[in-house]
Ligand binder design. Structure first.
Ligand SMILES: O=P(O)(O)OC[C@H]1O[C@H](OP(=O)(O)OP(=O)(O)O)[C@H](O)[C@@H]1O
Ligand SMILES: Nc1ncnc2[nH]cnc12
Length: 181
C-alpha cells in the first residue's frame, strides 16, 4: 500500500538535521543532506511536491531551481512532471548574456543571474528551493522572472522558517512548504 502524505511528511521531518551556529553564530542551520542520503525520504519530497503541482499548478511549463540546493530537488520534480528545468545561479556562473538581481540573505549579500533566453515571455513557471528564510533569494528570483515576463505560478520549498516572515516579503506569491519551523 502507498504511504500516506502524513507518513511521507514525517519521513521528511525526520531527515532534517539542525546545526546551531552555522555558518555564523546565532543561525540555526537546517540541513537537508540526510534527505538526499535516504532514497525513501527523497522520494517522499518529490511525491509531495508532485501532488501539490497536480492539485494547484497543472499548467506549469518550467521548474526554476535556485542555486544551489534548489538544484537538488528541482530536476527530479521537473522530470516527474515531464517539464523542463532551468537554473537561477549565483553571479558569474552562467555563460552568455545574463540578467541579474541583487539581494540580502539571512547571513550575507548575494546576486543571482539567469540566462536571458532561459524563459519565454508568458511561460508559466514554478520556483523551487530547499528553504525559505527571509525570502530574499526567492524574491530576487521572482524579480528575474518578472524581467523576462514569465508568469510565476508559485514557489515551493522543503522548509519554511516562519519567524523570518519570508512569506510576507513574497506576497502576493503563493508559497508551498513541506516542513515549517
Ligand atoms: O530566504 P533567504 O533568506 O533568501 O534564504 C534562503 C536561501 O539561503 C540558502 O541558500 P544559500 O544562499 O545559503 O546558498 P546555497 O544554497 O548555495 O548553500 C537556501 O538554500 C536558500 O536558497
Ligand atoms: N537557517 C538556515 N538553514 C539552512 N539554510 C538556510 N538558508 C538561510 N537560512 C538557513
Amino acid at each position: 500500500m502507498a504511504a500516506s502524505p502524513e507518513c511521507k511528511l514525517q519521513l521528511v521531518r525526520d531527515h532534517i538535521r539542525p546545526y546551531q551556529d552555522f555558518p555564523k553564530k546565532g543561525i540555526l542551520f537546517r540541513d537537508i543532506c540526510p534527505i538526499l542520503k535516504d532514497p525513501a525520504a527523497l522520494t517522499a519530497v518529490i511525491d509531495l511536491f508532485e501532488e501539490e503541482v497536480r492539485r494547484n499548478y497543472q499548467t506549469v511549463e518550467l521548474i526554476v531551481g535556485l542555486d544551489a540546493r534548489g538544484f537538488l530537488f528541482g530536476p527530479l520534480l521537473a522530470q516527474r512532471l515531464g517539464v523542463g528545468f532551468i537554473l537561477v545561479r549565483k553571479k558569474g556562473k552562467l555563460p552568455g548574456t545574463t540578467l541579474s538581481v541583487e539581494y540580502n540573505l539571512e547571513y550575507g549579500k548575494a546576486e543571482v543571474e539567469i540566462q536571458e533566453d532561459a524563459v519565454a515571455p508568458g511561460q508559466k513557471v514554478l520556483l523551487i528551493d530547499d528553504l525559505l528564510a527571509t525570502g530574499g533569494t526567492l524574491f530576487a528570483a521572482c524579480e528575474l522572472m518578472k524581467k523576462q515576463q514569465a508568469e510565476v505560478l508559485g514557489c515551493m520549498v522543503v522548509i519554511e522558517l516562519k519567524e523570518l516572515n519570508g512569506k510576507d516579503k513574497l506576497k502576493p506569491q503563493s508559497i508551498f512548504s513541506l516542513v515549517q519551523y
